[in-house]
Design a binder for this molecule. Structure first.
Ligand code: LFR
Length: 469
């Protein structure tokens, strides 16, 4: 097989990037092309949105640069965070997409559960309860009825580039409207909830060509490049690139969120799985991502944001974490998944309030705060790992941490210590690598099942090991 190059667009909740991926002949290498910030934007009425227009501008500029560097680019693949969408009418975007942390979803949850109790929903869609799952957003969205299409963020980018109107399957699974057994839209559920057909475009598997970039974006980017679907849910792409070292290894895809779980061939929708709030999200090649969302580095990034606002100066994260590692003695722990910590705001103050409820004093310094946050996340990881093992009937024997959290040595060591299992950290850019690998397989640059792709990741990006102490 020969080597080639593809472009990955990877949009995360705090930053986006465009990367070139060089693959083939035993090689797998990323080269950053563009990196740009992302985050919630508050509208004048207080609602939370994404600045999609700015993001899309960065994507097109990044792709133009990618083509300038590599005119022979084989394809483009797009992934992003899940659940959020944009509405289109007559080819125009009807406002900036809502951010999943906007509070409108609370009325959506009540409306949906009044029609369809959660236990029935879980049997149908297999999803853990997250108040922002797309179906809860759709039922509050007055614009949906008039829109020609509702497209999840990566599908929206693909649409603007190519004109295609589709729903990539891994991300569609996070809407709550895909049946967990059939992998098809649950039309009966949608009808019961009054969700129109515009929200349910044809479902397409990862690795499918959608057409070449056309119209204005073709002029801007400067080449007829094919757009190919990947695991467009960022977590699906990340799981593709976890170099799973044993059949019973678990993974944690750790960025804003920590997605803690195992890969399965069949979903688990038992009462026990529902009660533990474990999800069955669609993976690449029909695999099941059986996992639980733990609030991840959001707690730290929001705290840093608050401190930076207080100081009117930037904080150096590596030195904050080094100071946190040097904090002596036990620190108080809090429930990282406390729903009061989900919306943007003064995170240190909110965490102090949660600790006060438990009778624990607020940490005495920022370093102690950071230590409390990291240890609390690690504790939640350890709990979710043990539940994943119990529910899937596996003796989990190793934990792979991929994504930004894999660079956080304090978090990796604390996770090893608190779970009692070795942690294998990296690759940091698992999402972009998974995106690249699925495109590369579609282009014939690599072949085989996910295991073969993961072997290539393990050989080219050997993980760093943390043994429990
Ligand atoms: C991670 C992620 C999670 C999803 C959350 C919200 O970036 O995609 O998998 O639950 O963001 O979309």
């Amino acid at each position: 097989m020969s080597a080639g190059v593809v472009a990955a667009v990877d949009l995360g909740a705090t930053s986006g990037r465009v990367m070139l991926g060089y693959v083939g002949d035993g090689m797998l290498r990323l080269e950053p092309v563009a990196r740009f910030p992302n985050g919630p934007v508050e509208a004048s009425d207080g609602s939370l949105h994404w600045d999609f227009t700015a993001l899309y501008g960065h994507v097109v500029a990044g792709l133009r640069e990618a083509v300038a560097r590599e005119p022979g680019l084989a394809s483009i693949g797009i992934d992003s965070w899940a659940v959020d969408y944009g509405l289109l009418s007559g080819g125009t975007l009807l406002g900036e997409p809502f951010h999943y942390r906007d509070e409108r979803t609370s009325t959506g949850v009540e409306a949906v559960h009044a029609q369809v109790p959660f236990a029935e929903l879980y049997r149908r869609n297999g999803l853990q309860f997250l108040p922002f799952n797309t179906l809860y957003q759709y039922v509050t969205d007055g614009g949906l009825a008039d829109a020609d299409a509702a497209l999840l963020i990566p599908d929206l980018v693909a649409h603007l580039l190519t004109g295609a109107v589709i729903a990539e399957r891994t991300n569609a699974s996070t809407t709550g409207l895909v049946n967990v057994s059939t992998g098809e839209w649950d039309l009966e559920l949608a009808a019961r909830l009054g969700i129109p057909a515009s929200a349910l475009p044809p479902l397409i598997d990862p690795g499918t060509p959608l057409g070449t970039v056309t119209g204005t974006p073709r002029e801007q980017i400067g080449a007829d490049v094919e757009v190919v679907t990947v695991g467009s849910h960022d977590t699906a792409s990340a799981v593709v690139a976890v170099p799973l070292s044993t059949p019973n290894a678990a993974y944690i895809s750790c960025g804003t969120w920590g997605l803690v779980g195992v890969e399965l061939d069949e979903p688990i929708v038992t009462d026990a799985a529902r009660e533990a709030n474990f999800t069955n999200e669609g993976g690449v090649d029909g695999r099941v991502r059986f996992l639980h969302n733990v609030t991840g580095l959001w707690l730290l990034s929001e705290s840093v944001r608050a401190w930076e606002a207080e100081d009117a100066a930037t904080i150096d994260l590596p030195s904050l974490l080094a100071d946190a590692a040097a904090v002596e003695g036990d620190v108080a722990l809090f429930d990282a998944n406390d729903p009061r910590l989900s919306a943007p705001g003064d995170m240190p103050q909110r965490i102090a309030a949660v600790l006060a409820e438990q009778g624990a004093p607020a940490p005495a310094s920022r370093a102690a705060f950071a230590r409390t946050i990291v240890e609390s996340i690690a504790q939640a990881f350890a709990g979710a790992l043990s539940t994943a093992g119990r529910l899937s009937d596996r003796e989990i024997d190793a934990v792979h941490i991929v994504g930004g959290g894999s660079l956080n040595e304090l978090l990796c060591q604390a996770t090893a210590d608190r779970s009692g299992m070795p942690v294998l950290a990296g690759p940091v850019e698992a999402t972009a690598l998974g995106n690249v690998l699925v495109q590369a397989r579609a282009a014939g640059l690599v072949d085989g099942p996910l295991e073969a792709l993961r072997d290539l990741v393990a050989r080219t990006h050997p993980p760093k090991r943390y043994d429990p102490r």
